[in-house]
Design a protein around this ligand. Structure first.
Ligand code: URA
Length: 209
């Protein structure tokens, strides 16, 4: 079963509460999401491999530790996933970016891919898939399924809020993919929205309706 990592750092929890408030403006919602993304990126990259590099300080030569940030790919599930990218790039500026667009077929209710653009050599890369809301989990599971065809070294999934239903979907479809979230909310409503949630993440990031 995939591990669920609850990122319960006080700064993360505080900013999330500010974002959930219905009176939060587009400007402050976006700013909080940016700050949260940076903090969450710090946690999710905690186990990134380090390699030895020889460097010279002003005093002498030494072996330092370095990560290969270029091996990391952040994959945004459109469109709300894009809200995570800038904040994460603050701490991993060399990461590559992929995008995946999915819509739900109104007849079959299954996710259908309409956009897919990834960097080259995905088999050498570690992927973090980002989407603020893990609701039904169908889009996340479909995105991970598609990415697995490229045989990456590893895949993690990062969201702001997860519904129990979405976690269950992911754990069934992809027990090998760890989930990182700032909160696990109560349930989904009949329209697939997370309760208590924060509303439509895409609309709140982009100021649409
Ligand atoms: N997507 C959203 O933006 N919000 C939800 O509550 C569920 C899915």
């Amino acid at each position: 079963m995939s591990q669920v990592h609850l990122i319960d750092h006080p700064l993360v929890q505080h900013k999330l509460t500010l974002m959930r408030r219905k009176e939060a403006s587009t400007n402050s919602f976006r700013r909080m999401l940016g700050e949260l993304s940076t903090l969450m990126a710090y946690e999710i990259t905690r186990d990134m491999p380090l390699q030895d590099v020889e460097i010279e300080t002003p005093m002498e030569t030494m072996i330092g530790k370095a990560i290969d940030g270029k091996k990391l790919v952040l994959v945004s599930i459109l469109r709300a996933g894009n809200g995570f990218l800038d904040g994460m790039l603050n701490v991993v500026p060399g990461a590559r970016i992929g995008h995946i667009g999915l819509y739900r077929d109104p007849k079959t209710l299954q996710p259908v891919e309409y956009y897919f653009k990834m960097p080259a050599e995905m088999e050498e890369r570690d992927i973090i898939v980002v989407d603020p809301m893990l609701a039904t989990g169908n889009s996340a599971a479909a995105a991970v399924e598609r990415l697995k065809q490229l045989k990456p070294k590893s895949i993690k999934f990062m969201c702001l809020l997860a519904a129990p239903e979405g976690i269950a979907t992911m754990q069934k479809a992809h027990p090998d993919v760890p989930i990182y979230t700032a909160a696990i909310d109560r349930e989904l409503n009949d329209h697939g929205y997370i309760l208590p949630g924060l509303g439509d993440a895409g609309d709140r990031i982009f100021g649409t309706k």
